[in-house]
Every structure is written in structure tokens, then in C-alpha cells.
Design a protein around this ligand. Sequence first.
Ligand SMILES: *Cc1c(COP(=O)(O)O)cnc(C)c1O
Length: 399
Amino acid sequence: MTKAFDAVKAEEEHLLCRSYSRYPLAIARGKGARLWDVDGKEYVDLLAGIAVTALGHCNDEVCAALEAQVHRLWHVSNLFYQEPQLELARLLLSTSHHGKVFFCNSGAEANEASIKLARRYMRTIRQRDAFEIITLNGCFHGRTLATLAATGRESLSDGFTPLPEGFKQVPPLDMAALESALTPSVAAVLVEVVQGEGGIVPLPGDWLREVETLCRKRDVLFMCDEVQAGFCRTGTFWAFQNYGLTPDIISTAKALANGLPMGAMLATDEVAQGFVAGSHATTFGGGALVSAVATKIVEIMLRDHLADRAAEVGGRFKARLEAIQRRLPEKIREVRGMGLMLGVELAVPGRPVWTELLRRGYICNLSHDVTLRLLPPLTIEEIDLINFATSLEDILQAA
Ligand SMILES: *Cc1c(COP(=O)(O)O)cnc(C)c1O
């Protein structure tokens, strides 16, 4: 690569724990759906920091909200009442059927909160010793010990055992397996409406509705991990709203503060009774600075109808990718996803295609070495998506 990049890479080897395998790219600057590397090369960003910078990089209105709050108050801890937290909570709750919020700092923490609330609600409110959490093969719920147990992928927990007990996995779409897993010790079923890290795998709405119905029948909580699919990405504000689901608890994070670390768990008033003062806490969660920024972000998402935009622009983008698939069926196996959460599963080795896209100035993710995962900013110009599709077809024709 180049001199500036080589210097950054060499320095990192000395300084950071080696827990990441990085792209051959050091980013210096961003604006909207554009990124520039340390050598000044421009890229179109179809990854958005893994579904985080949904309003694009350095959005002017978000920057203004940040600057205003920077000089007012950053952090006082959750020992204090804080109005910015309440303003955000009011706005977030206006987007769903939930009644209460718990703020935290990441997706894994939002899932930890969901798991803890489900267990404690069952024990203290329902007086039932129900603690098990059922998840689906192919899911991803985070990297803390409990969320690793929920994720259930051995390659991720290698060397970290023992993991916390009380987690079981079943294959998606297998109703019989789920029915037999729902023993009296189960507290909740946790699903992603569209599996993100799993390679953009949307679960069918009919099946998800059956899962929720079964949970109701067996008196088990139904929880959705909206960390990646939430915040307008799939064409509705929350992904579960595509199918009229009513999860008791949802976990959210990624796009909530457009790159500042923030997570939130939303629960119904009924289930939220599982927490009392002292049950759960975090030093940073819902601080004034991140709350003020997140409030502006959710306001913009609602004002600019970004869920509708994701459905429309994403629908046209998906149709374009599907047309390429029909022209090149030996190169593309399948196009999956909803809104601006799309996956192109290749029938040819993915790495060279991904590398050539990068060389041509397009950043996306390559999932499991076969699926191009596309999570662009919700504000991306349609021409960027059209040009990406043209480049992809050109590369695949030659591949
Ligand atoms: C990214 C992700 C998480 C974990 O979020 P972190 O902020 O990295 O802890 C959990 N669930 C889903 C669905 C995710 O995509």
C-alpha cells in the first residue's frame, strides 16, 4: 500500500491488542456518504460504520446539536435526574408500543439488559424460576460473556469458556425444535428480524408471527434484537414493525447516536416492573451529551421520513441488484434483505470482488467470505447506489 497507510499499520502493531483483522485502509475524514483515507483517496461508504452513521458522517445538524450540548453539560452519572435523557426517552417511546427505556452504551449491553430484565421479571413479578433464553442459529447478540452464550458460535467463544449458563439455540424456521425447546424454565425467545452479522438473513414475517404467538401461548417473553436492523434501516422505524410484531423487550444501539457510543433497551410497562432501584446500572448510560445528540438524530429520522426513504430507495436498489443477478446467475446466488439492509451472496469467491470494489472506491462489508453486506447511510444519494451496482456488475462480468 502507500507510505502513510504503512506507517499507521506498523504503529498499530506496537500499540493495540490484536483483536481486529482490519481492512487495508486508514480513514482520516468523512462527510455524508463519503470517506477519505490518509492518502487522500475518496470512497463511497456503503457500510456506515456497520449501520451506525445512518445520517452520514459529520451531519451538519447533528454536529450543531453536539456543539450546543458540549458547552452545557457532558456527564453527571445516573445518581442525578437528567432532562436530556427524558427528552430522548419520550421521543424513542413515541416510535413503538413500549412504555419504559433503559439507557446503556452498546448493543451487547442492551442485550445484557434485556436478558437480565427477562429473568428478573419472571422471578420477581411472575414468581416463576424461568431463566433460559432461546436464540436462533446464525444470530449475533454481542461479545460480552452472556451475549456470546446467546450468540452460540463456537468460533467466537474459543478460549473464553466457561460461558454463563441458561442459553439454548434452535434453527430458524423449525417450529418443532422451538416448541420442544420452550420448557417451563424458559424466560424469553430472542430474535433478530433480519440477521445482520449472519450475512443479512431476513426471517419470514409469517414465521416470526408464529414464534410470537407460541411465546404468548407458553407464557414466554418475546424479544427482538434491533441493534442493527432498527432505526429506519429496514423501511419501518423498527424492523419488527414490518410484521406487526409486539415484542416485550427490544435492544437497540448502533445508529442511535450516529457514532457516539449509546445503546437502549425498550420494554413494556408490564415487563419493566422486573427492575427496581438498584437492579441494574451503568455509569455512562444516557449521559447528557449522547442523549442530546441522539434526540436530534431521532428527530431528523422522523422529520425526514427516513424509514420510508429506506423502503423506497432500498427497494429500487434491491431491484437493480436482482436484475444483475438475473443477468449473471452464475456470479450471484441471491440478493437478500429489506430497505437499506441488503446482502448480495456471491457464487464466486468474495474476497477478490470486495477488494476490486475497494480499489474502485466502494466500501462495503464481506460477510462469511461470500456475502457483500450493504448498510449505507440512510441519506445516501441514489446515484451512489446506482454507480455501485454498475461497478459490481462490471467486476462480476470479468470475474
Ligand atoms: C452489532 C450488534 C450487536 C453488538 O453491538 P455492540 O455495540 O458491538 O456491542 C448486537 N446485536 C446485533 C444484532 C448487532 O448487529
